[in-house]
Write a protein that binds this ligand. Structure first.
Ligand SMILES: [Mn+2]
Length: 248
């Protein structure tokens, strides 16, 4: 039986990823895909995370943190260490850890991936968006979408009072069943045509995998298994405590 296994936001939580893969008893013919945000905020450096996914043939979708890390690396190479001083400590640690081939890896990541009737992307999509026709701004947007307001416009994390719906509640399935991450929930958020499996591992939650079985060349998304590995620490708040009073 062939499986498609999708991981939520990992954010440097390599110990939990290893434990989760052990729990899943990963087989050679499994297809493993990360929704993106494998790096930043957590205990393992960007370079280590990239090396691990490459060695274990885990595909990665572009997350907002991969896009940001690539941008930071490029600026650091052009402007030198003075640029690093403008970054938050975890961001400069990521930039410093990267090598040229890591940068090339990050820069070339796909913004979405389709496997049978499944679509994997980092954030979300909004009514009318077509994945095959996205321009650069649209590609960036699908890494960032969370909630929308009453006019169905996307709003940032910080705008809690105008939250009307989460994107997956209004998505009607025309791009397949979407598995995404980006916005952490205590439990996977499962809607009719999409799910968000970011369960905030780096914030002391858990790392979740959505496990699909390929049957007669099709995936029955209703028979998905959600398997999680509890975080060993609340890494992010330990980091914030360590660097002083920086805001999350
Ligand atoms: Mn994200």
């Amino acid at each position: 039986m062939k499986r498609v296994i999708v991981y939520g936001d990992i954010h440097g939580c390599l110990d939990e990823l290893k434990a989760l893969r052990e729990k899943l008893q990963i087989q050679k013919n499994d297809i493993e895909i990360s929704v993106g945000d494998i790096l930043n905020k957590g205990p393992y450096l960007g370079h280590d995370m990239i090396r691990y996914v490459q060695e274990h043939h885990i595909s990665v979708i572009m997350g907002n943190n991969e896009a940001k890390a690539a941008k930071h690396y490029l600026k650091y190479r052009k402007e030198g260490v003075s640029f690093l001083e403008t970054l938050r400590p975890f961001e400069s640690a990521t930039a410093l850890s990267l090598r040229e081939d890591d940068y090339l890896f990050l820069k070339e990541l796909p913004y979405f991936m389709k496997v049978k009737n499944l679509t994997i992307l980092h954030g979300g999509i909004l009514p009318g968006m077509e994945l095959d026709k996205l321009d650069a701004a649209g590609k960036k947007e699908i890494t960032l979408i969370r909630y929308v307001d009453k006019a169905l416009n996307p709003i940032p994390w910080s705008d809690q009072k105008n939250r009307f719906r989460f994107w997956s509640e209004i998505y009607e399935g025309y791009e397949g069943f979407i598995v995404a991450g980006h916005h952490p929930f205590p439990e996977p958020k499962v809607d009719k045509y999409a799910m968000d499996i970011d369960t905030g591992c780096v914030y002391g939650g858990k790392l979740t995998a959505a496990v699909f079985e390929v049957n007669k060349n099709k995936i029955d998304t209703k028979r998905v298994k959600l398997v999680s590995q509890k975080a060993k620490h609340d890494y992010w708040h330990e980091y914030l405590h360590g660097v002083g009073n920086e805001e999350a």
